[in-house]
Design a protein around this ligand. Structure first.
Ligand code: C2E
Ligand code: MG
Ligand code: MG
Ligand code: MG
Length: 291
């Protein structure tokens, strides 16, 4: 069921039972974390009108010795179930802060407005989470306002316990983003209780948004949702990021609808820290005054 409706997996003899596969992957994750098999890639978050990088999202990758690169969709759920997301997420947080501070030290404070790791709701239940964030900022020297924690809207965020943690982070100056916005069950009520600074319009509303299909209710609905989200965000004083932009026509359409910042393969794929360093250096050479 977790794979979604479109992905039925037939049971075949010899296939591992889910519980067995789960236990194996869980043990493997522990080993992988100790062995240093995880790495972060960074996807630029881009000012649509100028193409300049305004931030990065940090995305974890697992370089497995036998399986090669494993995508987070294939191991984050297991890491959440086993609890290993807590130490893994702590590493992601520290590494993101360290790398962002290094970029700012190398290129100056104008280079990156923000760095955004993803955080699982499971981490918010960890009693050490706020202290971990504080330590990651202190040890790296990254200013709190430059850290944006991405929380998936649907996983978020009921209950006083979690909201208390989010308000503590907010009071520290850390910003919170609602990821995949529009796909959760109660986007609007959530926005009232939740100290969000950023909403990330989900890719599903960006897909095909450039197509004008006369009479297509679906096409009209996508544009209507995208427009409503940016208007709501503006009214509430939140920043927006449109996710999953794959061509210039989508970027143009989103600009017209009121988005100023976006992310997607067309604007930059997730790349290694070294590759992102090269892009930042190239940008700085082309517009030295902005540094
Ligand atoms: P997300 O946070 O919504 O990240 C965006 C995902 O969309 C990334 O996939 C990114 O590579 C992909 N993407 C970006 N632009 C485009 C585009 O134009 N077209 C298409 N088709 N895809 C695009 P990725 O890296 O596989 O990550 C998938 C999800 O895994 C993330 O969704 C996030 O929920 C989770 N994740 C990734 N890294 C971490 C992490 O360090 N911790 C936690 N808790 N979750 C993570
Ligand atoms: Mg994200
Ligand atoms: Mg997203
Ligand atoms: Mg997502």
């Amino acid at each position: 069921k977790q794979r979604g409706k479109a992905n039925w997996v037939r049971y075949a003899p010899g296939m591992e039972k889910p519980a067995q596969a789960h236990a194996q992957l869980g043990g493997d994750l522990r080993r992988a974390l100790d062995a240093g098999e995880f790495a972060l890639v960074y996807q630029p978050i881009v000012h649509l009108a100028t193409g300049r990088v305004v931030g990065v999202e940090a995305l974890v990758r697992w370089f497995h010795p036998d399986r090669g690169m494993v995508s987070p969709a294939d191991f984050i759920p297991a890491a959440e179930r086993t609890g290993l997301i807590v130490p893994l997420g702590r590493w992601v947080l520290r590494e993101t802060c360290r790398q962002a501070a290094a970029w700012i030290a190398e290129f100056g404070p104008g280079v990156l407005e923000k760095a955004a790791p993803n955080v699982s709701v499971r981490q918010l239940h960890d009693p050490d989470f706020v202290a971990d964030v504080r330590a990651a900022l202190a040890d790296s020297g990254l200013p709190a306002r430059r850290l944006v924690l991405e929380l998936t809207e649907s996983a978020v965020l009921r209950g006083h316990q979690v909201l208390r943690v989010l308000h503590e982070l907010h009071d520290m100056g850390v910003r919170l983003a609602l990821d995949d916005f529009g796909t959760g069950e109660s986007s609007l009520s959530l926005l009232r209780a939740f100290p969000a600074a950023v909403v990330k319009l989900d890719k599903s509303f960006v897909d095909h948004i450039e197509l004008d299909e006369p009479g297509s209710a679906a096409a009209n609905a996508r544009q209507a949702v995208a427009r409503a989200v940016v208007q709501l965000a503006d009214a509430l004083g939140l920043d927006t990021v449109a996710e999953g932009i794959e061509n210039q026509e989508q970027a143009d359409r989103l600009l017209k609808l009121g988005y100023t910042v976006g992310q997607g393969y067309h604007l930059g794929r997730p790349v290694s820290a070294a590759e992102l360093t090269a892009r930042l250096a190239a940008e700085q050479r082309s517009v030295p005054a902005a540094a």
